[in-house]
Design a binder for this molecule. Structure first.
Ligand code: FAD
Length: 336
């Protein structure tokens, strides 16, 4: 997104990426936002519009939340990235299919968009997903099933592959690839009587990364800058918005300064999500799921809409003495 923005603004862009086509495992769900709606439409990458979200905690339904307009899109992300590369090339830019090394560039501003791969493995968890052919999944509905004991979740989304294709995955702390796959396979079996696995793959998510969108003359966009919601693994929206901001930043006199200001809200949101994750992890085992189940519906609406703010979290905490009690206990146990 940053490269396309820059190319359209008349910069001569050289992009480096080891892979000719984007194929990282993903849930492919992006929060609907006016800022990049045009790009999603032009690239013809929107497959499904999500209006209903089911929130479960350890298999038990907490909420079914209906939205009066699409809150997420399921996109074909490979198609979107392919389109953005075409924009760069149509404007005279170049993509070189090589690994980025810092010493290639001696001066100027570098945009680091390496996603989770910009962070050491200690900051990652593994997320794994299956594309499954199964009937009985509504194309406007998503399910998130939180497993607070494992600091993770399962997701069930319609897949961009087509009708009756479902994208089911999960990511859990301290869980290796075999155990992650087994957990998800058992989950699929519980959910569908009949299904056929079409493909499977995994990738890291840097949910424990530091949130640091600027480092000297390097602008870090998306997950490379730590711009990800750690509590849900939602990062496409922040990647697109920060990519656009990096494009604008290079027209300013002080790009790092401009960019830091432009992504301030995203960085705040990413840090807040780290705090939520740490709070759940620090809560006594028996109260973690009751903490999630007691969160009010407005919290989940904001969470799903990419509108998580400190005010929302405080209102959620104050709405229930039980939640406030669990949080005070977990904060005091992590402080002392
Ligand atoms: C299994 C899974 C499911 C997910 N589901 C969702 C979801 O449903 N919704 C959502 O919002 N988020 C989801 N996420 C998170 C989301 O995928 C990322 O946050 C988002 O893709 C980040 O975008 P990015 O552009 O910063 O990085 P990425 O999409 O990771 O792109 C990084 C790019 O950098 C390239 N690269 C890597 N190393 C180098 C190098 N050394 N030199 C040059 N290029 C390099 C890669 O080839 C790639 O093109 C999921 C993540 C995983 C792993």
């Amino acid at each position: 997104m940053a490269a396309a923005e820059l190319a359209l603004r008349g910069f001569r862009v050289v992009g480096l990426d080891p892979l000719r086509s984007y194929r990282k495992a993903c849930g492919d769900a992006v929060v609907a936002r006016e800022e990049y709606d045009g790009v999603l439409r032009k690239s013809n990458s929107i497959r499904w519009r999500i209006r209903r979200a089911i929130i479960n905690v350890m298999g038990e339904e907490a909420y079914t939340i209906e939205f009066d307009r699409p809150v997420w899109y399921i996109i074909d992300k490979g198609r979107l990235v392919g389109y953005l590369r075409e924009v760069v090339e149509a404007e005279g830019g170049r993509i070189i299919y090589k690994i980025f090394r810092k010493n290639i560039v001696k001066t100027g501003v570098i945009i680091d968009a390496r996603g989770p791969y910009a962070h050491p493995p200690s900051k990652h968890i593994l997320a794994y997903r299956y594309i499954v052919k199964a009937r009985d999944w509504d194309a406007d509905t998503v399910l998130l099933d939180f497993l607070p004991d494992k600091s993770g979740l399962y997701w069930v989304f319609p897949s961009h592959h087509g009708e009756n294709y479902v994208n089911i995955g999960g990511g859990f702390k301290d869980t290796d690839v075999i155990d992650t796959k087994n957990l998800i396979l058992n989950y699929i079996k519980r959910l569908f009587k009949e299904f056929r696995i079409i493909s499977e793959s995994g990738a890291p998510i840097a949910v424990y990364s530091d949130v640091e969108p600027v480092n000297g003359n390097v602008l870090r966009v998306g997950e490379a800058g730590g711009l990800i919601n750690s509590a849900g693994g939602e990062g496409i929206r922040m990647a697109l918005l920060s990519g656009m901001a990096a494009g604008r930043a290079l027209e300013s006199e002080k790009p790092p300064h401009y960019y830091r200001r432009a992504v301030r809200r995203l960085a705040r949101e990413a840090r807040l999500s780290r705090l939520l994750l740490r709070t759940v992890e620090a809560s006594p085992g028996d109260s973690r799921s009751s903490l999630l189940k007691r969160l009010p519906e407005f919290f989940w609406r904001s969470f799903l809409s990419g509108e998580l703010r400190i005010g929302v979290v405080l209102s959620a905490v104050l709405s229930s003495p039980r939640i406030a009690g669990i949080i005070v206990r977990s904060l005091s146990s992590s402080l002392f």
